[in-house]
Design a protein around this ligand. Sequence first.
Ligand SMILES: Nc1ncnc2c1ncn2[C@@H]1O[C@H](COP(=O)(O)OP(=O)(O)O)[C@@H](O)[C@H]1O
Ligand SMILES: [Mg+2]
Length: 236
Amino acid sequence: MNTETLLDVQGVRASYGATPILQGVDFDIARGEIVGLIGRNGVGKTTTMRCLIGQLRSSSGAVRLLGRDIAGLSSDARARCGIGYVPQGRDVFPQMTVAENLMVGELVGGPKGKKSPELVYQYFPRLAERRNQMAGTMSGGEQQQLAIGRALIGNPVLMLLDEPSEGIQPSIVQLICDVLRSIRRDLGMTILFVEQNLDTILDLAERAIVMEKGRVVGHIDPGSVDADNVRHHLML
Ligand SMILES: Nc1ncnc2c1ncn2[C@@H]1O[C@H](COP(=O)(O)OP(=O)(O)O)[C@@H](O)[C@H]1O
Ligand SMILES: [Mg+2]
């Protein structure tokens, strides 16, 4: 079994202005895992993602990607190191076409062999049909597929997704989960996703990291990600 540590997060603290949010976040992710970062609204999941990609500077702690501390790098530099980010709310460029959005992904992505738009279109045939359509005119589910494609095309070693199911109809969420599993299987992608939706957590997570009040307070181990455990940790 490959247990190489891909991402190692230690003691990460971060604030918005004078308000401390992350109070020392610790976890690690092995290469090839699909891990859910779960917790109720407002516990700091998005803030953690923003510290990983570098949109927010941590005030202390370490973020190591394959052993290299990247906490001091800009978000552009982290993307070049191989972190792909699918933000909460998707954030595609609404005035650009699908194809143009994918071109932006190519520009910001990792150093090693960009993926081709054709690969993205294979995983998401809907995007191929709509390649010349303005992203802003597409449904939420289509925009989510585009946001994932835009991250994928940079050929990241680690893909971060923040609530990929949010505001999307269940059949499309299912499709997205299937594609993420295929991407992991075919490309050996490592995936860390934030999620609050029980079905999506159960569908996708091999294990889960549980946050509360700016800290990691629990883990659900591989083989134990079931409805009772997730409900218990999310206090549903
Ligand atoms: N830009 C911001 N400025 C100030 N406070 C923020 C900002 N974004 C989030 N917060 C606060 O930080 C806390 C954690 O938010 P967030 O990381 O978005 O939580 P989650 O993603 O787990 O729902 C919340 O109390 C939220 O109100
Ligand atoms: Mg959030």
